[in-house]
Ligand binder design. Structure first.
Ligand SMILES: C[S@@+](CC[C@H](N)C(=O)[O-])C[C@H]1O[C@@H](n2cnc3c(N)ncnc32)[C@H](O)[C@@H]1O
Length: 282
């Protein structure tokens, strides 16, 4: 049933609005119409199918909110901060300003982690730099492991907990604020596998406009983008552990000098995007 028939004031049909506003997004996305539809869906609280298939009426107030958000998006502000969530591993994750938006390539890291958990019957896994909880929460959700997660950002701790609750793994997702695995120093011996999608962007890298709205501590890792790996492996004895971390595609050669016994794994598009060290079952 269309419950939106009684909208009053200066009304617009939804597709007139989408046609009017979507061209504003041409410079920031390859999908201006889809992104406008998603913003409309968010503002109207309607179903996407209804927005697409029915000529829903939009009130003046709703129109103004949609227009404001489309203009915000046109300035480069990330779509998923506007929508308040991002899908990862088929699950909706809350995201908001101050938290890194999970990327599709990280889903491949999670798939590999789930294979390793199964193959070696692992029980305790760490997620360093959990952000929205994308890695840790999905690994906990799709396997029986307990996850010890950390992040330097208080906002990330807050949002990852919300996501753990949303996906029913609050009892197996323990998150604490801190650097590397400092908050779990006492439990370090129990951790069998360490996962991370750390910051790995070079300090002076030129990034797309929307990425610059994401927290800098989630992105940048010194002059060559390797500060996180250098500091982590200098600090932790990883004997007896499995390590799986995301890396930048041009970082393999330099990482080989830091970690001569590491393997590097390709993503589905054939680029080396993951560092793998098996110091548990080698
Ligand atoms: C690229 S984001 C990844 C977030 C999430 N794991 C994902 O894949 O979507 C990196 C995260 O690491 C956190 N971080 C950066 N340096 C850290 C450190 N030394 N220890 C713990 N967390 C760190 C940042 O705050 C950020 O949330």
């Amino acid at each position: 049933m269309d419950t939106r028939k009684n909208v009053t004031g200066v009304e617009r049909k939804v597709w007139d609005l989408i046609r009017e506003l979507s061209p504003k997004l041409r410079d920031v996305t390859e999908n201006p119409v889809l992104e406008t539809i998603l913003i409309v869906v968010k503002v109207l609280g309607a179903r996407k199918e209804d927005v697409i298939a029915k000529d829903i009426i939009v009130s003046e107030k709703e129109k103004n909110i949609v227009k404001e958000l489309v203009e915000k998006r046109a300035s480069g502000y990330p779509l998923h901060y506007i929508l308040g969530e991002k899908e990862f591993m088929g699950l909706p994750f809350f995201v908001e300003e101050g938290v890194f938006i999970p990327r599709p390539e990280t889903e491949e890291l999670v798939e590999m982690a789930l294979d390793l958990i199964k193959r070696y019957s692992l029980r305790v896994v760490a997620d360093v730099g959990t952000g929205s909880g994308a890695i840790g929460v999905s690994v906990a959700k799709f396997s029986g492991v307990t996850v010890f997660a950390t992040d330097v950002s208080e906002k990330a701790v807050e949002i990852s907990l919300k996501n753990a609750k949303r996906h029913g793994v609050l009892d197996r997702f323990v998150v604490k604020r801190g650097r590397f695995l400092e908050p779990f120093e006492k439990d370090y011996g129990k951790i069998e596998m360490i996962l991370s999608n750390p910051p790995y962007v070079k300090k002076n890298a030129i990034l797309p406009r929307d990425v610059l709205f994401e927290p800098s501590e989630a992105l940048f890792a010194g002059k060559d983008g390797l500060d996180f790996y250098r500091a982590f492996f200098r600090r932790y004895n990883t004997e007896g552990k499995i390590i799986l971390m995301e890396i930048g595609e041009d970082q393999v050669e330099k990482l080989k000098t830091i970690l001569p016994d590491a393997s590097f794994l390709k993503d589905t598009s054939g680029r080396y995007r993951f560092l793998y060290l098996n110091r548990r079952f080698s």
